[in-house]
Every structure is written in C-alpha cells, then in structure tokens.
Design a protein around this ligand. Structure first.
Ligand SMILES: [Zn+2]
Length: 307
C-alpha cells in the first residue's frame, strides 16, 4: 500500500509534462476524441449513419496527412453475417499507409477500431475511451509518420465491426492488401485514455519476448505505469486478453502483436463512456509511449529478430 501511495504522488508531480521530445500534439489528440465521441456520431454502430460519418472523418484526415491508398481508395468494404445478432452487415475498414525508407516491402500494421455500440433504448453509447481514444492516436501518429517516414512501411488501419466480433480485422487478414508474410507486427490500440491508477497494459510480449526489452527501457521515461500480462503463457493473470480486440486476428495468423489498453472501468460499454471522463494527460502520455515504442521497434527490428 505504501508503495502505491508513493507511486501516486510521483505520478501527480510528474504528470505535468510529456517527455521533452514529444512528437504528438495533445490538443489535436483530444480534438479527435471529442469529435468522434460527440452525439452526432450516434455511437458509431457498424453500417449506421454515425459510423459512416466517422469513416468519412477518418478518410479526410488520412487524405490531409498524405497517406497512400491501396486500390485507389481508403475504404475497404466487406459483408458479414453475425450469428449472434442474426443479422447481415456491411462494414467498412478505413486503410492507408506510408512508405518506409529502408524496407518499403515490409509492413507494421497500426490499428484501432472506430465502431462502437450505437444507440440503445434512446441512449447514445459515445465510446470515448472505447475506442475514439485509439482512433485519435492512430490519426495523430499518421500525421507524424507521414512527415517522419519510418524504415518499414506502416499501414494505418481503422477497423470496423470490432464490437460485433473482430469482423473488420478478420476481413483485413482474409483479404489483405499486402501478402501476410510481409506484415512484421500489429500494434493495436483499444481504450488508452483513462485509468485511475494511470496504468497501461502492453499485451503480446509473452508470445514474442523480443518485444519486451525495448518497452521496458522506454517506459522508464514516462510518468505512467506500463504493465505486462493478461496473456498466455502466464495464466496466473485473472483474464487473458489475447482475443479481446482486433490484435487477436493477427495472432491467429501467427503475426506478432502488441496490444495497448487499460483495464475495464465503470463506464465500459455504458452510455457514460464520454469525453468528459477521459484523462487528458494520461491519454497523451500513453499515445506518446506507444509511438515511441513503434519508432524503436521500427529502428531496431532486424537486430531484435536476428536468430
Ligand atoms: Zn473496443
């Protein structure tokens, strides 16, 4: 308990500023979340009007940041049937990429789902943390990486229909825009903007331990707690998040993944998951940490994966 109190005090003191080399603009991150979780997007339920509006918002930003398209469009449409809902759907992934300087034929897929739960019983499920927060980070990272090209190409994937069973990611992997053996890594963000203990989980290093050391080193410089776990082969943890979001579909194709997200909170999948309840400092720090992790892995990938 004493240790926890000390950590809390330390976090409060040091939460005032991001590390000096901050690459992402906090106001822009927050503006995306405020916009996408506003009532006009009606909870972004797959194939409903608010979801289409969110897709258009993401397309406009991808275009403004100069991301390239596969097949002449950012929109990757797909159809599926949900046995759970007994309903046929049309979904739309929004996909763009920036070309790497040294290994353009090898790809890191950075992902965040943009759909959410829609409207139920007259209440809008705005999904600010789940997952406007991940999409905001995806967009600002697209802005940064298009101006500062990484060594490997990066695909920016705003997936649809995650909430109906990871269906957008499933489609992406069944009809990939590039051969699967050219995808090095998936970095998935889903719920990264709030946690009372300022704790962000990094899941996936248990399957691929070479991913852990870079994150261990980087996290020392951040005033948030980055924890590992919620995965096999450490079943001592209460629950396994391997299949909890879109990264699970990459894992099923034997593609290494890193999933970043927080523990469920009292507003998880409730109409109260609103913009006012996210934690701006924590969110900006988490996004910055994830970007720095991506940049470090991009820089050192060949050394890290050498056998
Ligand atoms: Zn989610």
């Amino acid at each position: 308990m004493a240790l926890k109190i000390f950590t809390l005090i330390f976090s409060c003191v040091s939460s005032l500023a991001l590390p000096a080399q901050s690459s992402l603009n906090k106001d822009s991150l927050l503006a995306h979340v405020r916009e996408l979780s506003s009532d006009q997007y009606e909870g972004r339920r797959t194939q409903e009007a608010g979801n289409l509006l969110a897709g258009e918002y993401i397309c406009r930003r991808f275009d403004a940041f100069g991301l390239k398209q596969f097949g002449g469009s950012y929109i990757q449409p797909f159809r599926f049937y949900s046995r759970w809902n007994k309903q046929a759907y049309e979904g739309r992934n929004i996909i763009g990429y920036c070309r790497g300087t040294d290994h353009p034929e090898q790809y890191i897929v950075l992902s965040a789902h943009y759909d959410h739960e829609g409207v139920r019983n007259g209440e809008i499920y705005n999904g600010a943390d789940d997952n406007a927060s991940g999409v905001g980070a995806l967009l600002e990272m697209a802005r940064f990486l298009s101006r500062n090209p990484p060594r490997h190409s990066v695909i920016f994937a705003a997936f649809d229909a995650e909430e109906i069973g990871l269906r957008g990611a499933d489609h992406f992997l069944e009809e990939p825009p590039v051969p699967l053996n050219q995808i090095l890594l998936n970095i998935n963000m889903d719920m990264i903007s709030r946690n009372a203990g300022r704790e962000l989980y990094a899941v996936g290093t248990g399957y691929n331990p070479f991913l852990r050391t870079p994150l261990e080193n980087i996290k020392e410089r951040y005033p948030i707690t980055v924890s590992f776990g919620h995965e096999q082969p450490q079943p001592a943890h209460s629950d396994d998040w391997t299949m909890s979001s879109d990264h699970g579909k990459f894992h099923q194709k034997n593609i290494p993944f890193l999933y970043f997200g927080v523990e469920d909170h009292e507003d998880y999948h409730k109409p109260t998951d609103d913009y006012e309840r996210i934690m701006p400092d924590f969110y900006a720090q988490a996004a910055e940490f994830i970007l720095e992790s991506l940049l470090d892995l991009d820089k050192h990938w060949e050394r890290l994966t050498r056998r």
